[in-house]
Design a protein around this ligand. Sequence first.
Ligand code: URA
Length: 430
Amino acid sequence: ASIPDLIRKKRDGEAHPRAELEALILGYTRGDVPDYQVSAWLMAVYLRGMTPQETADLTMVMAESGDLMDLGELPRTVDKHSTGGVGDKTSLILTPMLAALGLTVAKMSGRGLAHTGGTIDKLESIPGWTSELSEERFTSQARGIGLSLVGQSKDLAPADGKLYALRDVTATVDCLPLIASSIMSKKLASGAHTVVLDVKVGAGAFMRTLEDGRGLARAMVDIGTRAGRQVRAVLTDMDTPLGHMAGNSVEVIEALDTLRGHGPHDLTELCVALAVEALAAQGEDSAQAETRARATLRGGSALAKFRAFVAAQGGDPTYVDDPSRFDVAPGRADVPAPAAGYVQRIDALSVGRAVLALGGGRERKGEAIDHGVGVELLKKPGEAVTVGEAVMRVYHRGGRGLDAALALLAEGLSVGPDAPAPEALILDRV
Ligand code: URA
């Protein structure tokens, strides 16, 4: 069939067999099918949707459009993905926990974009740490200490890179089968047998409602299962930033506190829950998995793995031993409570945008960032405050973006007379 025939088919709501998706997607990746035809097809997918089989086939075609990582001889490989949030430093804690539990994490991570942070940017707060490892070092380090982490190679699922850029300019990003296939194509190409997905729901997330989040989680678990992987998803709240810190250096400091067993409650519980899912996916009993996961934080084995991982990738391990060494921006400005009462809401999107305004994130790929700026939540929703009491603290270097950051934070904060109903962090599991 010609490309116009395939566009017509999707326009009329029919399902593509795998060979047709290959003609479109591989043709597009090679440069044989032009943007305007794929744009029309993406819009037809947006309006007509895809069957579960079609979505899985699309994902596998995208995964196979470039290199496939072969983690075959590494034991018990596991990968983790978050759909993106504010203050989400979970990977910094969870991956060494998993390594300490005897699993192997050989993972590709991303950089932050717009209001969401990225693991690679956070780790680059540690002087010397690099995300650029040869393939051989990547696998030998994973074999040796159970944890290695690199930036996403452009040869991994290249179809996704091209399609994502086109979706971005054709109003076809927020489409469930396209989001699910985009995320899962990279996970399948990365090679891990077990994948744990943290699907964020709320003001600071891609998915604003629990129902949308569940749909995405189910679609991704279905794709992974059809591809022969063990996939589990947890739906978690992203109305409020996770933990107390948002930024780069300040998030690594909070992650180190958590690896020492002194982390914020929400962050610690999420890391334990995700570790339990990873172990349970590999057949372990959940109660025993939880005991073992908590022990990696209490006993220091996860911290020891993190230190070994930092050193192996060129980072200065004395920053792990002494977090006061991190370059945190010296300026301080507080956001006061506008009234006495209880914190009702600290909007995650406002906090993410404030970090961006301070220079701690990027609007465009490739922009430099300031690792030292950030926002600390001195109070979380549900806590009592007096009028004028500091609710948030901004770490800044003066001037640039500070006023904008303070305005965003004040706008995202609400204080009311009654204690709000406590909100669960873990909303559902798929
Ligand atoms: N993250 C991705 O990798 N792809 C999407 O389409 C959305 C979020």
